[in-house]
Write a protein of this length. Structure first.
Length: 175
């Protein structure tokens, strides 16, 4: 009796995550505001901005879009994995990956996104390489390589440990 009650309370406590995922939607609003603020700043100063500065601004916009995509991925797949299935009405757009990302796959996607974001930051630094002290440049590269190696090792470990247990829906029925 007590065990059953505790298990029901623990299981219901997963709903404490729902406000956190809802809070991530507020983060998306903040990212959208920042994105369009940067677009506005670029549009107002388009004739004054040099080519390399424009590339840096565009890389910053790409960076913001990658972070926003990462937030959406974590928000939806985290909610579906840990709280409840998202019911999409018939006729509404449904994301192909919705319901197919388990926690391990999500970690790999997050790691790949971090590597992509880090790559953009590193490219921004390389665009200003004359102004960057060599010791800082070395640290930027080391940190980026740490992200890359971590993501690769996470992928290898996931493949060794869990990939055979996942159903990605790519096998024909009856096999």
């Amino acid at each position: 009796m007590l065990e059953s009650f505790v298990e029901r309370v623990l299981y219901a406590s997963r709903w404490l995550l729902a406000p956190i995922y809802l809070g991530l939607s507020l983060v998306l609003i903040a990212l959208a505001i920042k994105f369009f603020q940067e677009i506005y700043h670029l549009a107002v100063h388009i004739l004054e901005v040099g080519e390399s500065d424009m590339v840096l601004i565009i890389l910053g916009l790409i960076d913001l879009s990658l972070v926003a995509s990462l937030v959406v991925m974590v928000m939806f797949s985290g909610y579906e994995n840990f709280v409840s299935r998202i019911d999409v009405r018939e006729g509404d757009d449904k994301l192909d990956w919705l319901g197919k990302l388990d926690a391990g796959t999500l970690k790999l996607k997050v790691a790949a996104s971090i590597v992509a974001i880090s790559s953009i930051h590193l490219l921004q630094i390389f665009m200003n390489v004359p102004e960057v002290p060599p010791d800082k440049l070395l640290w930027y590269v080391v940190i980026h390589l740490t992200f890359v190696i971590s993501a690769v090792l996470m992928g290898v470990l996931d493949r060794i440990s869990f990939a055979s247990h996942r159903d990605h829906g790519d096998k024909p029925e009856g096999h």
